[in-house]
Design a protein around this ligand. Sequence first.
Ligand code: ADP
Length: 489
Amino acid sequence: MDRNGYKGDILIVDDTPENLTLLTEMLKQEGYKVRSVTKGSTALRGAQAAPPGVILLDVNMPEMNGYEVCRQLKLHDRTRDIPVIFISALGDVLDKVKAFEVGGVDYITKPFQIAEVKARITTHLTVCRLQQQLQVQNLQLQAEIRERQQAEDKFAKVFRTSPHPIAITTHSEGRFVEVNPAFLQLTGYTQSEIVELTVADLNLDIDHDSQTIYNQECELRTKLGKKRTVLLSLENIELDGVPCILNLVNDITQRKRLENEFISVVSHELRTPLSSLMGALDVLGTGQLGSLNNQGQSVLNIAITSTERLTRLINDILDLERLKFGKITLHLAQCDLAQAMIQATEGMQAMANHAQVQLQLQPLSVMLWADCDRLIQTFTNLLSNAIKFSEPGKTVWLDAEMKSADSVLLTVRDQGRGIPADKLDLIFDRFQQVDTSDNRAKGGTGLGLAICRSIVEQHQGKIWVESTLGQGSTFFVALPLALPDKSYE
Ligand code: ADP
């Protein structure tokens, strides 16, 4: 049905008026809109002006026969696709081959069987409609493909030209699937080499429990074995149904080096005037230059406390920098863990007494291949924190046990205020404190745990903390009894 309620629009071309009338009446009754003409030239004009759905075309006509009319219809865009059904009278010779050659789709012969005429017209109208629909869909599809292609090209270009290294890795194994040129440049690998590797080969296998990671600092290992400091951001994505990870890398090696140099230069420069300041304050304190009244003495004490704190901070910064850059070589020797634990506890006894905190020690006598002084420094730091964050009357325990045949686990447990879950990892980073007021109130620098971690990691060990807010914290230090071969040299 068309818009006007007709089954279709038909143009009949026949030079015999009786035929015309008969067909026209027949088809009108069937619900078709029918136009009829007796000459080929009129038919061509009519079809041009308003293309019908189907043309019924007599073969034998004076002036222009049906074949010629059909041929001309096929020459013009506007009329090319109209299906043409040839009509031939009984006794006429219908050249079927020619009829199809010039573009006819079918033929009917007189006398007409109304059912047959109807069936053929319906068939060709349907075929024609379906063809038109296909064409429209085809055009739409092509447009969509073009749009997608353009969008894909755009993103592929962004990926290729991004100055930031980008890599896509599989979620399961961390295998490289796709990387951009900036990533290849940073790592020194070629495209064919990188797809054989996983993130672990580049030291980028950070533990992230499928969560989004934003700017986590890592040490990337290049093909030549060089270290680059990078900020790594991770996002889960799905590619062709495969769970993958989008790795965005930001190389901050240069910035990091400048930052470290700056810290270390500034700290060095501060150390000299600070020690002469300390010396001067000590001289004032001895009274050699005249005695101070009580008020003068308490001002001097404030100056001494502050100077000591500043000295501690600067020493910690320098220590950490040296540890981080491997400028400090561990003095490895046989070290009795029990002795180290006892020394650290003895060193902290005065502070514990002052804070009215009880120290409980359970030494474990086992020989470690380690830098004993550095281990004592680590235990001292952990004990000092445990005492610092405990109320008077509480206890701090220093224990150790064999973790396996070749490693020990040392614990420092307190009943202090505890550490919030989201800070448990953070506090091992430098200048990280749970509360910024800790700095002033407790005299800390926020560097102690960073130094502990550096020392423990240089011993191929691990340090971590478990804590319950308001109930206390336990710091764990796992250490191997012996270091891997190369550390013995
Ligand atoms: P600081 O010099 O501030 O102690 P650290 O690196 O040793 O620096 O510790 C960092 C922060 O971790 C502390 O400021 C404190 O907020 C928290 N912290 C460390 N140890 C404990 C502990 N035993 N109990 C509660 N909080 C702790």
